[in-house]
Design a protein around this ligand. Sequence first.
Ligand code: ADE
Ligand code: ZN
Length: 328
Amino acid sequence: MNVADLPKVELHLHHEGAAPPAFVRQLAAEKKVDISKVFNDQGGYAFKDFVHFLSVYEAATSVLKTPEDYARLTRAVLEESAANGVVYTESFISPDFCGGGDVAAWRDYLAAIREAADKAEADLGITMRGVVTCVRHFGPEKAKASALCAAETAGDWIVGFGMGGDEGQGHQGDFSYAYDMAREADLRLTTHAGEFGGPQSVREAIEDLNVERIGHGVRSIEDAGLVKELVARQITLEVCPGSNVVLGVYPSIAAHPIKRLRDAGVNVTVSTDDPPFFGTTMRREYEMLHQAFGWDADDFTNLNTTAANAAFCDDGTRQRVLKKLERS
Ligand code: ADE
Ligand code: ZN
């Protein structure tokens, strides 16, 4: 069988970062916003490095101005994910972009996103859950506002709290107040670390924020003691190989440490991060990993089971997802 045809679980997808360029161009035209600098000559997103990527991401996101826009985005993203065989997806959603951190406005955005997700579940068979994310380079005060939005809406659909953004700014521990708020609201925790930051950033994430998953975390491979600790603590890495290659963290998939981390016993999973930005899809990630490492259907089913077990959803949802992964 072609491994790309397998049912998939995705744990690391930025909601705006999954917006197809054609969708963003359409919204920009409707709203008469000029974001031509966001695109290259081929109509894809244009950026030259990670920090530039973050600013292009924010410029593209600026066309999403209403809950209705987010409902349309949700439909477009879930259609693409479902077409890639994704049966369960955890999407990172930022109150900073959805109502500017105001709880009442956030509730309106969230209601629109959920309605679109419920409809997609009914007619495309894909289940989505939300992980509220703060943005590291917006600073700890904005992160607290995001955590309040997360805490106020925590439940069976908003299931986690996380942080993206520029790892070069500040420390994980600067955000401990926001993370404490989220933890007290029974949200499960993840943060980006070990993508551009070295192994020390992963240690800080574990020690200062007490997260159970790490977004990327791949640079843990540079510290054998840390790799052992990830195994001992059963921390799951949300690995996004194609993203890492396009952003220059590794020169190729073959040079990527995902196989070495997996062989060392770390819980690794596979996601796309911001697929249209990085010219990838879940199918493509599987094809690239199959080609680089010879992983077969059993390997990928194993990775997907790991992902389902590390998903932040309730156990009833998890059992339904695990059932969809079973092969005869
Ligand atoms: N926001 C969107 N994509 C991101 C990434 N790969 N790293 C950090 N923040 C992000
Ligand atoms: Zn990410």
